[in-house]
Design a protein around this ligand. Structure first.
Ligand code: B12
Ligand code: SF4
Length: 421
């Protein structure tokens, strides 16, 4: 069966849609014909196909995906990805959605393509005359038990030429419970790829597609020490520079020589979700670290010659003017110390399913209650609870960041991220 898999256009620089390549691999293995259409590249879909699979994060991807569905000739429209997983019933209620897939999609989409009757398939939700139905959850499989992405389904060289630091996920899951994070809500148990696979694929990125570095998209790097050491051994052989995301407490716990080992294996930057300089806010976010620990990790990496970057967010439920001030002062201090290379400043979005989303509901925030409503939600919109005076101060901070660190600070303005050059 011909199945179009659609990556919505969200105005972001395109990197290859790994989730669709994984679904594509499973569909091909089962004898189907997957075709990947990337809205960000303006790909033209075929004129006829039986099934459409749409992948959607919460936010403006939904709006583009709905537009694509309206024009699509597909007999069956299947939605999967983070948003349908977090809000399957609400997603399934939309007339442009026949089936919402919950969680990992490889087996589910293959079974949907194999069968005309889908109501016995695990991990799905659909709506019948306004009534929604959900089947039992599908058992999760580790990354290493799922087919590797079908790289040949897209023009990898083109993607890598657009982002020469190739995106790569070597592990998934995170044991922490940050109150704003969708990953903690899904409670994926940590698991990692075989280090040998990581090495082979990095060599393929470099030799066949022209990658000059790797951007690890793993939720939190270095959760499993033994696995990390085994991966480092392989990365050392590959010899490409790479950066990853991790937590400040993990970095603080690592002895210097282990960080230097990683540096020798190509590590040049770690990005942290520091989120706030206020310990009261960090506590509400259930971040499990303090601003002092954040500062410590940055100083340590600076001393060891590793660059750092950090994401901050303002406007979380319960945040006071004092918290906003403290965070602004913290960011200024970091900047003036010249120990950090990249900053991004966001406003908080109440992602469905998270603990903090519930807090926002309790505070009376206006939360979208339809699929199209979530699509209109700018992920850097001023949050409901935020005082306009504070917004002004955050905006001033962003401008200051831009002047102070030209080319190094990213920030969110309107609904677009702008790189300050
Ligand atoms: C790469 C990435 C991006 C990319 C875009 C990815 C994309 N798909 O379009 C970029 C950098 C642009 C990006 C931007 C943002 N992201 Co982001 N991103 C990620 C990241 C790091 C990896 C996603 C990934 O590729 N995973 C690997 C694949 C294999 O897993 P998967 O996507 O879950 O896919 C599986 C299933 O979901 C399902 N599936 C997926 N699609 C489909 C489709 C069909 C038809 C079916 C049947 C199944 C199915 O099957 C897949 C295979 O098992 C995740 C964190 C993570 N490690 O997962 C965050 C994450 C997805 N991002 C998130 C967020 C919040 C954002 C941002 C708002 C910015 C920010 N503050 O981080 C923006 C907004 C994007 C937008 N415009 O809407 C949240 C999601 C929140 C939500 N409710 O959607 C995550 C989970 C991070 C987090 N800590 O909470 N992101
Ligand atoms: S924010 Fe990072 S550390 Fe916290 S739960 Fe999410 S992925 Fe884990």
């Amino acid at each position: 069966m011909k199945v179009v898999l659609y990556q919505p256009d969200d105005g972001e620089p395109p990197h290859y849609p790994v989730q669709l390549l994984m679904l594509g691999a499973a569909l091909e293995e089962a004898g189907h014909e997957p075709i990947i259409i990337d809205g960000r590249l303006g790909d033209t879909p075929p004129s006829d196909y039986h099934m459409l699979g749409v992948s959607a994060l919460t936010g403006n991807q939904i709006t583009d995906a709905l537009k694509f569905c309206e024009k699509s000739p597909a007999r069956v429209k299947v939605w999967g990805g983070w948003h349908p997983t977090l809000l399957p019933e609400q997603t399934a209620r939309h007339p442009m959605v026949d089936v919402a897939v919950i969680g990992q999609g490889e087996e589910t989409i293959t079974q949907l393509a194999d069968n005309n009757e889908y109501k016995d398939i695990d991990g799905i939700c659909w709506s019948d005359n306004g009534e929604t139905h959900r089947t039992p959850p599908r058992a999760k499989k580790k990354l290493s038990q799922r087919p590797r992405p079908a790289w040949h389904l897209v023009d990898m060289k083109k993607y890598i030429s657009l982002q020469p630091e190739a995106f790569y996920i070597a592990s998934e899951g995170c044991p922490y419970n940050c109150a704003y994070c969708s990953i903690s809500y899904l409670k994926h148990k940590w698991n990692g790829l075989n280090p040998g696979v990581v090495r082979n694929e990095h060599e393929m990125f470099r030799d066949s597609f022209g990658a000059t570095g790797i951007w690890f998209g793993d939720n939190t790097f270095c959760i499993n020490k033994r696995w990390t050491e085994a991966v480092l051994e392989q990365l050392r052989e590959v010899g490409m520079p790479w950066h990853c995301s991790s937590r400040v407490d993990i970095v603080n716990r690592l002895p210097d020589h282990e960080i230097l080992d990683a540096k020798e294996a190509g590590l040049y930057k770690i990005i942290f979700g520091i989120e706030s300089g206020s310990d009261a806010t960090l506590k509400r976010l259930n971040k499990g670290v303090t601003s002092r620990e954040a500062m410590e990790a940055i100083k340590k990496l600076h001393r060891l010659g590793i660059q750092t970057g950090a994401h901050f967010m303002f406007g979380t439920p319960g945040e006071t003017r004092q918290d906003v001030d403290t965070t602004i002062r913290f960011i200024r201090r970091l900047l003036l110390s010249r120990k950090m290379k990249m900053f991004s400043v966001y406003y908080y979005t109440p992602y469905p399913g998270t603990v903090l989303h519930e807090a926002a509901v309790d505070e009376g925030w206006e939360i979208p209650n339809t699929l199209q409503g979530w699509g209109r939600l700018g992920w850097c919109e001023i949050p409901d609870g935020m005082d306009l005076k504070d917004v002004e101060r955050v905006e001033t901070l962003k401008k200051w960041l831009g002047r102070r660190y030209p080319g190094k600070a990213t920030y969110w303005a309107g609904s677009k991220m702008r790189l300050i050059t």
